[in-house]
Ligand binder design. Structure first.
Ligand code: TYD
Ligand code: MG
Length: 452
């Protein structure tokens, strides 16, 4: 008879304690502890270890080059570092409704000459079939299974012997060696351990889908992140079509690569050239817009910053930003007011990043300031000008990373002028570029160049 043991663990970080605690000593969050009853059989957990290991000399260790499984999706391959590594355990996280199931189902349909198993605890087989029909072109031998019990899933894997296993989602699967409900830290940890064991012993790569909680972390984040080989995050504004796939962790590739997709009626479309898509809907004669040469990881993306400045109707002026940090906007407005003498204190300021993208690259600062001032004075910025620089607290224009790459991309996209920091320009050979590179050291200089 199995002996049941109860312990408590933190939903946020997985910290374990034998008694209930109001505040987690590990992550400091309040009220995150939940009870877990575990069946402990003769003092041992059910997930077996992979055998007796002995220390080996590094030179003596050999490995065979098993080719990665190509996903036939260039954007996904890029983020993975060139396909799925056999025996790896991957986690795809994202908010509900962002398109995780669509992405993996689409990938499963596109992988040729492989036997795949798609396990869903969220949707029925008919629902998945309907979605698959909408996406179309099935190239692979794809099996569907609506099941949530880990042990039964593993039995099916054993008989079917697929080349790739997809589990949608890890929060719905349960392992019978733990008594707590689906989605609890203990269940997630235990189920993940089972899938890890499967991947490592059989070489079948396992792709897990995980939902993210509202504050942007994976439910039970830390307990999974260190177990899996790669954590991919799918993000974007649900109202907009664009989605970005990032690697937060990748044991087999770089985390600087991103993949860009667009959600259409028949599934996700890869976006090879995001700048061209994002900049194609511009109106050249309107004031209040500026183009920034941003970098997402190592990939240049040119995006349009839109701003609207108007006299405040109510006492307290409104400030609103979407796709950009509101506190950063307030800071930039304060710099423009105090250091550059623009009277924005009594103005409503609205800021929007076109396309629903969220930008954290500091190089967007100068474009934000330019868009705000352009709207304020109602003079449009020429459409062949782009900007890439950070703004400091004293109104100085600061350098940004990889400026050469930004300039080259601006040139390729047909821009005639790019405004950068003087400090970036120092190390550049300005004559090498066809595009005119305008170095500035203060925001005022940039303003003079733009609105003279
Ligand atoms: P889904 O993949 O179910 O999201 P997740 O698994 O992350 O919860 O898809 C989310 C949304 O995508 C869904 O609300 C409808 C939309 N969608 C499309 O616009 N086109 C499509 O072809 C599909 C399959 C979904
Ligand atoms: Mg889903």
């Amino acid at each position: 008879m199995a002996k049941a043991k109860t312990y408590y663990s933190c939903r946020e970080c997985g910290y374990q304690s034998s008694s209930w605690l109001g505040r987690c000593p590990e992550c400091g969050k309040f009220g995150t502890f939940e009870e877990e009853a575990v069946h402990v059989e003769s003092g041992k957990r059910k997930v077996e270890s992979t055998g007796q290991a002995v220390p080996k000399l590094l030179q003596d260790i050999t490995y065979s080059h098993t080719p990665r499984i190509g996903t036939h999706c260039a954007e996904l391959d890029r983020v993975l570092g060139g396909g799925i590594v056999p025996g790896s355990l991957l986690l795809l996280g994202g908010e509900p409704g962002i398109g995780k199931s669509t992405l993996l189902l689409q990938t499963a349909l596109a992988i040729r000459d492989r036997r795949l198993l798609y396990v869903s605890g969220e949707e029925s087989e008919q629902q998945i079939k309907m979605r698959a029909d909408r996406i179309g072109n099935a190239e692979s031998e794809l099996y569907l299974l609506a099941e949530t019990d880990v042990q039964r899933i593993l039995e099916h894997v054993d008989t079917l012997k697929p080349d790739l296993l997809i589990v949608d989602s890890i929060q719905t699967v349960t392992s019978s060696d733990i008594e707590s409900p689906a989605g609890s830290v203990g269940q997630i940890r235990q189920s993940t351990a089972h899938f890890q064991h499967l991947a490592k012993t059989t070489g079948i790569p396992v792709l897990l889908i995980g939902h993210i909680t509202k504050d942007g972390t994976l439910a039970g984040p830390k307990v999974m992140e260190h177990i899996v080989d790669a954590v991919l995050q799918f993000e974007g504004e649900r109202q907009h079509g664009f989605r970005i796939l990032r690697a937060l962790k990748n044991r087999f590739g770089s985390t600087a690569e991103i993949g860009i997709f667009e959600m259409l009626a028949d599934g996700l479309r890869e976006v090879e050239n995001p700048s061209q898509v994002l900049l194609s809907q511009r109106d050249e004669t309107l004031s209040g817009t500026a183009v920034c040469a941003t970098l997402e990881g190592v990939r240049p993306i040119f995006i349009e910053v839109q701003s609207l400045v108007s006299s405040a109707v109510y006492g307290t002026p409104q400030r609103n930003a979407s796709g950009f940090d509101l506190r950063r906007l307030n800071l930039l407005l304060a710099v423009l007011e105090k250091r550059c003498g623009f009277k924005l204190g009594a103005k409503d300021v609205f800021l929007n990043i076109a396309g629903g993208l969220r930008v954290i690259d500091p190089a967007i600062d100068l474009a934000v300031a330019a868009a705000v001032l352009s709207s304020n004075v109602d003079i449009p910025i020429p459409s062949d000008v782009c900007l890439a620089a950070e703004i400091g607290l004293s109104g100085e224009v600061r350098p940004v990373s990889r400026v050469e790459q930004r300039i080259a991309e601006a040139d390729r996209l047909g821009f005639k002028r790019i405004i950068i920091s003087k400090y970036n320009a120092r190390s550049l050979d300005l004559r090498r570029h066809r595009i005119e590179v305008v170095p500035v050291s203060l925001v005022e200089e940039a303003v003079r160049t733009l609105f003279a």
